[in-house]
Write a protein that binds this ligand. Structure first.
Ligand code: ADQ
Length: 489
């Protein structure tokens, strides 16, 4: 076990998430290459120095043979990662099915997929059983590696069943659960056939966390209305104890972005971009290609803006970077072609032989390219139809200390609660509203831009990912101590 700077043992933190923070590529029968994927959660936990963190999760690959599993387990151990092996059928039913086809759209208020609503209803039961089974497999691995005093932090909608499985193994285990998506209104949650099972299981945790106070309130009211339990300002009374429910808004590792702007590679990318788009204002969208991000709505609003503002047609460009995800799901394939079609039409309508108004890229950018792009942008457009928080808006603000560009932000992103005062808030479903906001942002005077940027920059700088993770874990420790004191009284 590790010591901290004062020679004290560091508390162990088991972070349980569907995916490990590494991608594994098989090189031979018993050899693997691993690449760390730098997500928000990874950098958040890297910054938490007072705990010794280990990750438990699925490596994203099917490894049917024992030799391969042993070799991968060994390779991952060096990165402090512990794998959960899921076979193809479980992945299909649990991950693609229950998680991505049912919980994801429902938690974002999009309902069940339109075309196969009946098919989904029919396959619901088997997918839910696979979900329970997968969660039990995660619990088995956690239990094998758990040591007394460890803190177990479960993440996201994939693992709502986990707290209950863990507490069955050991009621003294300190268990926290955090949701990265919105928790919808209880009227929406009520439509889920497995609504009660999921709530009961999450309530088995000691601490339940959300990005915003609204999501926490929705959760408590679902417990009150669906399970008939008593909600208090601190949480929910459940089986003789209080399950603490609270908001823990995530942040980013802002210093990493700020520092990157001084790197030579980033400066070079910036120069190239400035040269390329000289004389034009740059508008930017960076999203995973997902229906919750409102990409078609954003592009249609930009079209409306160009339609009504002939003056701007050759003076502004929209760069939309959309990294494809869940590419094997038909709904996502449809979204990709829909976006391509709209972009093609608008470029045909407003482009010339030498320029087009929209540059759309279907790929991921590396960190340095991304920072350069954020830094040269005049107006960032985040038009999520729903979004737990939205870190892109934070990253943009962190990179704008020089330019003081404007953020147009959906009122349905969790980030609207923290960056709302500095951003122009919009309803992404209303293209006229977004088109008007684009005009306002492009014409905004420097003094107003500066004032708005300052507000958001202070927030992004002071509410970091590291602080988020540290606060959650210490609150979990405190919650358990308080509960023990209460039982002793
Ligand atoms: P996501 O839905 O993935 O996260 P977001 O919070 O915006 O959404 O984070 C996306 C991350 O991916 C950002 O760090 C961004 O830089 C990166 N990214 C996106 N497109 C990219 C591209 N084309 N190239 C390179 N990088 C790209 C979920 C929830 C969010 C919540 C987070 C964290 O849906 O609401 O904010 O988890 O809790």
């Amino acid at each position: 076990q590790e010591n901290d700077d004062h020679g004290k043992y560091k508390q162990r933190l088991l972070v349980v998430a569907n995916r490990l923070p590494v991608s594994a590529i098989r090189k031979g029968e018993d050899s693997w290459s691993l690449e760390i994927s730098a997500g928000g959660l990874v950098s958040a936990l890297l910054g938490v120095k007072e705990f010794e963190a280990r990750w438990i999760g699925w490596a994203g690959v099917n490894v049917p043979d024992v030799v391969g599993q042993k070799a991968l387990t060994k390779a991952l151990a060096e990165k402090r990662c512990i794998p959960v092996f899921l076979d193809e059928e479980i992945v299909h039913q649990y991950y693609n099915g229950y998680c991505n086809n049912i919980l994801w759209p429902l938690f974002h208020y999009l309902g069940l997929p339109q075309e196969d609503r009946l098919a989904t209803t029919r396959s619901f039961q088997s997918q839910f059983l696979a979900y329970e089974k997968a969660n039990q497999m995660f619990a088995d691995v956690v239990n094998q590696h758990y040591e007394e005093g460890d803190v177990v932090w479960c993440h996201d909608y994939h693992l709502m069943f986990l707290p209950k499985c863990l507490k069955k193994y050991n009621s003294k285990m300190k268990v926290g659960w955090f949701l990265h998506t919105p928790f919808p209104s209880s009227e929406i949650h009520r439509t889920l056939p497995s609504r009660s099972e999921l709530l009961h299981s999450v309530l088995a945790a000691d601490l339940v966390g959300f990005h915003t106070y609204d999501y926490a309130r929705h959760f408590v009211s679902a417990c009150t209305r669906i399970l008939g339990l008593e909600g208090t300002p601190y949480g929910v009374e459940y089986q003789g104890k209080l399950t603490r429910v609270a908001a823990f808004p995530i942040g980013i590792d802002s210093e990493r972005f700020i520092r990157a702007l001084d790197l030579t590679q980033v400066q070079e990318h910036m120069k190239e971009l400035q040269e390329r788009f000289k004389g034009r204002k740059v508008m930017l969208g960076v999203d995973r290609l997902d229906m919750i991000k409102g990409i078609p709505q954003k592009i249609l609003a930009f079209e409306k803006f160009l339609e009504e503002n002939a003056y701007w047609r050759d003076k502004v460009v929209l760069l939309q970077i959309a990294v494809p995800t869940r590419t094997d799901v038909p709904e996502y394939q449809k979204l990709t072609s829909q976006v391509h079609e709209i972009v093609g039409r608008i470029n045909g309508r407003f482009g010339s032989l030498t320029t087009v108004p929209i540059h759309h890229l279907d790929r991921s950018l590396d960190f340095h390219e991304l920072c350069a792009l954020y830094a040269v942008t005049d107006v960032a457009l985040v038009t999520s139809l729903r979004d737990g928080m939205n870190l892109v808006s934070y990253e943009f603000v962190a990179c704008q200390e020089k330019k003081k560009g404007v953020l147009i932000l959906s009122e349905f992103a969790g980030a609207a609660q923290s960056l709302g005062a500095g951003a122009i808030l919009v309803n992404p479903w209303n293209v006229t509203d977004v088109a008007t906001a684009i005009g306002r942002a492009l014409n905004m005077l420097p003094a107003e831009r500066e004032k708005r940027h300052k507000h958001n920059f202070l927030h992004v700088k002071s509410h970091t990912a590291q602080e988020w993770a540290g606060t959650f874990v210490s609150e979990l420790n405190d919650t358990v101590i308080e509960a023990q004191l209460r039982t002793r009284q």
